[in-house]
Design a protein around this ligand. Sequence first.
Ligand code: NAI
Length: 292
Amino acid sequence: MAEIKCVGVIGAGQMGSGIAQLAATNGLDVWLLDADRDALSRATGAISSSIKRFVSKGVITKEVGDDAMRRLRLTSNLQDLSSADIIVEAIVESEDIKKKLFKDLDGIAKSSAILASNTSSISITRLASATQRPSQVIGMHFMNPPPIMKLVEIIRGADTSEETFIATKALAERFGKTTVCSQDYAGFIVNRILMPMINEAFHTLYTGVATKEDIDSGMKHGTNQPMGPLQLADLIGLDVCLSIMKVLHQGLGDSKYAPCPLLVQYVDAGRLGRKRGIGVYDYRKATQKPIT
Ligand code: NAI
């Protein structure tokens, strides 16, 4: 497998921009692609501010930060990713849309390139089946936000080769991450366990057991988590949480994974969490009381 020098990242949302930042600050050339030009300019602003924070805290030097910004190139043209040694997809959590993208990518990527997906729950085997290179397709699941969270979950599809697995693991380790390996079943490791907890927090709110503040405070202080499950859902994005619950429900065939009606209703109302300014909590209100 060729040495990884250039990384393509598709989707410049909260995950893709963080993955691009990680690759650039670790000395790799990066193409960051999004279909939406505004998303690209928001991503540049977010990456630049995040790099400045890392420099001011002494996590990276100013030289590394400046070099990273030079290594980052933005595009909306898939063809530009033909120079990438690995392409990490971080677009919307929809199997049909991801499959179409993997098919297109297969047509433009170098024959040696790895095609990785940051999917939270969708089958890697099924994404791989849209390509002619299933042995080079793998799950590379970063946690939110990628520059800070320690874990990368690596998911082997039915046909993922050992060579692809080793190269992907080495790249995650180059980024300073701890890796775990999961077989390709709905939700993998982390979301199979995390999402039912978040869904249950919605049921707890839906059935009037407690207020959102008490649910979050209870879980934060009672189980030593950095934030409560409803706050975490707002950070992840309620649309992403709902998509993952649907995959768990369908893939594992148990009614215990059915998405809570309140989660469904929030998504229907466009209350998608922090990225929209409102989810379970309203972030547009300056008076929003923090959960203590
Ligand atoms: P997001 O909504 O912040 O960003 C998605 C971006 O993809 C948007 O900028 C959109 O314009 C772009 N996009 C959509 N379809 C496209 C296409 N066909 N071609 C090019 N660009 C396209 O989403 P987020 O939260 O960054 O999630 C992305 C992926 O990462 C999803 O698969 C999600 O399940 C996964 N993920 C999300 C986590 C989270 O906490 N939000 C954590 C780990 C994984």
